[in-house]
Design a protein around this ligand. Structure first.
Ligand SMILES: *[C@@H]1O[C@H](CO)[C@@H](O)[C@H](O)[C@H]1NC(C)=O
Ligand SMILES: *[C@@H]1O[C@H](CO)[C@@H](O)[C@H](O)[C@H]1NC(C)=O
Length: 353
């Protein structure tokens, strides 16, 4: 057993540069994410139910919903993660003309074991459409970023860097200002039955497998992020919400990949600055000799810059998973292969988290 927190951070730091050293080159295309819809306040229908959404999406693939189990409710009631099972839709009955041998036995459709999938449904309650808090904006953007990742970027990854595969997805903005973002993904638990859960329980074998996955992921994208159109990158929430979307190209992944970039957490930072009962206030927010806080200093080094800009960080810029933690991975039974999920904070960064 291993205390992952420390080992993880140390290894990651060591690995950040190492991991970025294995690379082929290929041009990549980053198309789009729909932007946050405007939000006219009005009375409206309740959010769609997970089973309705599952049925609609499955039908587009010739599948029928067999069962649905809610695994998790998302932040602030914004949606659900469900495990669903589905079977192929039986072919339409050819009518009563060919009932020559219709014993009860012959009516049983060929046995299809239900296939298991994961449905991630984002359907924030209508009351949130007028909210413009940093947290709300960040969440909505993050779900769109994640869907973009799964539908557009994940399929480019080689099998040696496994992620969930998309079966079907939808991203709809409704007239009443609400949105429905839904994605049906392969159920990783089928091949990776061991959940990472709390970091204390990961074994060294699992930790190394996780680091291998990250190294491969960072390495894969290292050469490719240079081809990204910077205008398509999603800005920090409070900036993004003021962008004029009419001319902007469609959005892709976060400019600031990762969960903790200062620019994406300005409200929390301000709160912390004034919170005298928090042990983190002084170390993180008080000005140093350089007249800025440690947080601001680190942020200025980590902030993603365009490749070739000559900044320290530009050379090592790659795509990050964005929320690396043991709760966001599954491993094979022997722990030797790992798969990460939860790509809401994927974006550019230095490959250190
Ligand atoms: C019905 O199907 C069974 C098994 O395929 C076959 O043995 C039998 O002859 C069929 N009966 C008719 C009426 O077609
Ligand atoms: C201030 O910090 C304390 C201790 O970490 C925390 O419990 C509290 O919720 C914080 N207050 C605010 C307003 O964030």
């Amino acid at each position: 057993m291993l205390q992952l927190s420390r080992a993880w951070q140390r290894s990651l730091l060591r690995l950040s540069l190492l991991g970025t050293l294995l690379i082929p080159i290929q041009y990549i295309y980053f198309p789009s994410i729909t932007h946050i819809p405007p939000s006219p306040p009005s009375a409206m229908a309740p959010p769609p139910s997970p089973s309705d959404v599952a049925r609609t999406l499955l039908a587009s693939k010739g599948l029928e919903l067999q069962s649905l189990q809610v695994l998790q409710s998302l932040w602030a009631g914004y949606g659900q993660i469900c495990r669903i099972t589905a079977t192929p839709k039986p072919p339409p009955s050819s009518g009563s003309t060919s009932r020559t041998n219709s014993t009860s036995a012959s009516n049983i459709s060929p046995p299809h074991d239900p296939q298991s999938f994961i449905l991630k449904l984002i359907a924030p309650p209508s009351t949130t459409t007028t909210t413009s808090s940093e947290g709300h904006i960040r969440k909505i953007l993050s779900y769109q970023v994640e869907q973009y990742f799964y539908t557009t970027l994940a399929p480019k990854l080689p099998p040696s860097i496994p992620t969930a595969q998309v079966l079907a997805s939808m991203n709809e903005a409704h007239a009443d200002g609400t949105i429905t973002i839904a994605t049906i993904l392969s159920d990783l638990k089928q091949n990776y039955p061991v959940a990472g859960e709390k970091r204390e329980v990961l074994t060294p074998v699992q930790v190394h497998a996780a680091l291998d996955w990250l190294a491969d992921f960072h390495g894969f994208w290292w050469s490719r992020v240079g081809d990204m159109d910077y205008r398509t990158l999603v800005r920090p929430p409070l900036e993004e919400v003021h962008r004029d979307d009419d001319d902007a190209p469609r959005k892709t992944v976060w400019l600031n990949g990762g969960y903790t970039y200062l620019a994406t957490r300005l409200s929390e930072y301000t709160t912390l600055t004034h919170n005298h009962s928090s042990e983190w206030r002084r170390p993180l927010t008080q000005a140093t000799r350089e007249q800025v806080s440690v947080s601001e200093l680190i942020a200025s080094i980590l902030v993603p810059t365009e490749k070739g800009s000559g900044s320290v960080s530009a050379e090592y810029m790659t795509l990050l998973h964005g929320d690396v933690k043991s709760e966001n991975l599954f491993t094979s039974a022997d722990g030797k292969t790992v798969v990460f999920y939860d790509f809401q904070y994927t974006g550019l960064g230095l490959g250190v988290c």
